[in-house]
Structures are given as C-alpha cells and as structure tokens.
Ligand binder design. Sequence first.
Ligand code: FES
Length: 168
Amino acid sequence: MSNEKNRRDFLGYTFAATALVGGVVSLYGMKRAWDPLPSVLAGGFKSVDLMPLKAGKPKTVEWRGKPIFILKKTAQMEKSPRDLIVNNERFIIAIGLCTHLGCIPAWKKDMWKCACHGGAFNSSGTQTFGPPPVPLKLPEFSLKGNTIVLGETGEEYEKIASYLASQV
Ligand code: FES
C-alpha cells in the first residue's frame, strides 16, 4: 500500500514538474513571438548627430526604409520658416522621396533634382520646377541637444509641420 502511494506521489510530482517546465517554455515562446523583432525596434527611431555635417553637403540616412535628407545650409542659402536652427546653424530635414511619384532626388550643387520627370526642390525642400506638387515631406523628429531623433515628435517638428500645413 505504501509503495503504491509512493508511486502515485512520484507520478504526481513528475507530472507537475513536466507541466511547470512546459508552461515556462510556452510562456517564453509566446513572449518571444509577441516582442517586436530587433530590426523593428531599431527601425522605429534613429538618432543623427547634426554637428559633423558639412554646410552644403546633405547627408542621407535610412529611417523606416526611407531615405531622409539632412542638409546643413550654407550662409548663402535662403532662409526658410522650415529651417531647424541648432547652434545658430540652419538645417533642413526631409523625407528624400519626390512628392510627384516617389523617386529619390539627387543633390546637384544647391538643389535636389529628380531624374524621373525633371522635378526640382531647393535647399529648403520646396518644389521649384517640374511636376512635384508639394515640398519634400517632413519626417517626425525631435531635437535633443545637437541630435535629432527620427520617429519622435518634438516641439521643433510641430512648429515646422504646422508651417508646412499652412502652405497647402
Ligand atoms: S517622380 Fe520626381 S518628378 Fe516625377
């Protein structure tokens, strides 16, 4: 009788232990399935230090699969309410997709030119020639010191976005 009880206890503990391990493994698997992939997390936000940029030489970074143009303006380039002012320097931040049909314009001397249908955007991202109907779009960003964080909306973004909205 006692042997039978021990055997039942043993089977009971074994079953409980197996169920516990199985439960933990399942929960771990579910957590891994629900958590965003590292590539998704990395794609959500991107920090770019503005200080190394050279005036008149735009930098292109990739954010959420799109090219983002960041231009530090030269003293000769026109001032615009769209300028982001950091340390008395003026910057333009724009999604690098032509607002006509989405080609990627290339920087030529002092403007972005779109090879697809000849569109052009000046150093403020404003369309100046050809079929693009509106300026280059503004990506969401916030300013932290000398660094912009793409994917967050900060005060500076709101100001420039409302200026652009008032121009439509
Ligand atoms: S896609 Fe750029 S001008 Fe048409």
